[in-house]
Design a protein around this ligand. Structure first.
Ligand SMILES: NC(=O)c1ccc[n+]([C@@H]2O[C@H](COP(=O)([O-])OP(=O)(O)OC[C@H]3O[C@@H](n4cnc5c(N)ncnc54)[C@H](O)[C@@H]3O)[C@@H](O)[C@H]2O)c1
Length: 335
């Protein structure tokens, strides 16, 4: 029997890939997810699926007590950064309090050797590119605030209780198994879903904002492997691709991959960082041998095959918007 590992958010995109790497490496994986944003068929064969929420304290405590996990990979979250302004209570309940429930259980159980947390480059805030791990984070939206709060809490839990952790700050990850039906996040998937529904590709502003889109195979295997590298314990890593592309360039690549003419619809500018890119020298130093540098074209081709096999997904409006004020009109119109 391999060592017992908890992966939260394991029916989601990153979580499923991390769980898959862990199963392949011989770990006994408990895949925990409430299916609010993921799909049970994403959970890799060989992992034991438990449906439930990180906000169910009784269930969380029970799982830790029964399984005595050696490692925890905490990826469950609702990661719609832009939308988080308008679902503030939900964001903090799910992404902050839910995370604290897991940290409490890890401390109380005392068996956890390392708690791996997927934070985000959202912790840096605007005007900090290239973002480096030694910069002082200044998150500007509730999603980034909750991620940074958990980073600080993990630091406190290490100092107070000796709980080791590793923090990853990924950005713009795309690839197979991603939910292409969420209209609020994952622009690569949104474009693919729009093409498969014969719709125009919607772009906020002029499309000249840049992002370094990162293929899942350059991210998930490193996160999974990190627990075997004690020198990475209690360290923070930016992780993802180096080469920035404009959202308009991305639209061209996705249309080419589907072999369809480019039909774009430009929406009002939304409040977002224009150019976001981070420095990856630290992750290269520790995990350089695992980085494949998958090109955006290759990554998109792979994802297109997966998206075509699954077909379009019906996206819908987030049910409980808490604040309507200043919401992008395109989101207000969703049904
Ligand atoms: N995808 C990216 O580009 C990116 C970038 C930075 C950080 N991250 C972080 O990586 C993690 C995974 O992101 P993803 O892109 O795979 O998202 P995802 O939505 O595909 O996966 C998240 C999973 O968490 C589950 N979940 C949400 N709330 C839950 C709860 N209360 N209890 C149990 N399960 C719950 C969802 O059902 C979903 O399956 C998140 O923490 C996210 O903030 C992702």
């Amino acid at each position: 029997m391999g060592k017992k590992v908890l992966v939260t958010g394991a029916a989601g995109f990153l979580g499923a890939h991390v769980a898959e790497s862990l199963v392949k490496a011989g770990y006994q994986v408990i895949a925990f997810d409430d299916l609010s944003g993921g799909f049970e068929d994403n959970v890799p064969e060989g992992a034991e699926f438990v449906k439930g929420s990180i906000n169910d304290v009784e269930l969380v405590d029970h799982l830790f007590k029964v399984h005595e996990f050696e490692y925890v990979f905490h990826l469950a979250a609702y990661a719609a950064e832009g939308l988080s302004h308008f679902i503030r209570r939900f964001n903090y309940t799910n992404n902050l309090i839910g995370s604290i429930n897991l940290i409490n259980a890890a401390v109380n159980t005392g068996t956890v050797k390392c708690f791996v947390f997927t934070s985000s480059i959202a912790v840096y805030g605007a005007g900090q590119s290239p973002m480096r791990e030694d910069m002082h984070p200044l998150p500007e939206d509730p999603y980034g605030v909750s991620k940074y709060a958990i980073e600080l809490d993990l630091k406190a839990a290490h100092e107070m209780f000796g709980l080791n952790s590793i923090i990853f700050r990924p950005h713009n990850v795309y690839g197979e198994k991603q939910n292409i039906g969420d209209p609020y996040r994952n622009v690569v998937g949104i474009f693919m879903n729009q093409i498969m529904q014969g719709k125009k590709l919607t772009i906020f502003g002029d499309g000249m904002q840049t992002r370094a889109f990162s293929h899942i195979d350059d991210v998930a295997p490193i996160i999974a492997k990190s627990i075997e590298m004690p020198e990475a314990y209690n360290e923070t890593f930016n992780i993802g691709a180096d080469t920035p592309y404009t959202v308009k360039e991305l639209a061209t690549l996705v249309c080419d991959a589907f072999g369809v003419p480019e039909m774009l619809e430009f929406l009002d500018v939304r409040n977002e960082v224009v150019n976001a890119y981070s420095d990856h020298s630290k992750v290269h130093k520790y995990f350089g041998h695992m980085i494949k540098n998958i090109s955006l074209k290759e990554g998109i081709d792979r994802m297109v095959d997966d998206a075509k096999a699954k077909g379009p997904r019906q996206g819908s409006k987030f049910k409980n918007i808490e604040v309507e004020k200043n919401m992008p009109p395109a989101w207000k119109k969703l049904v």
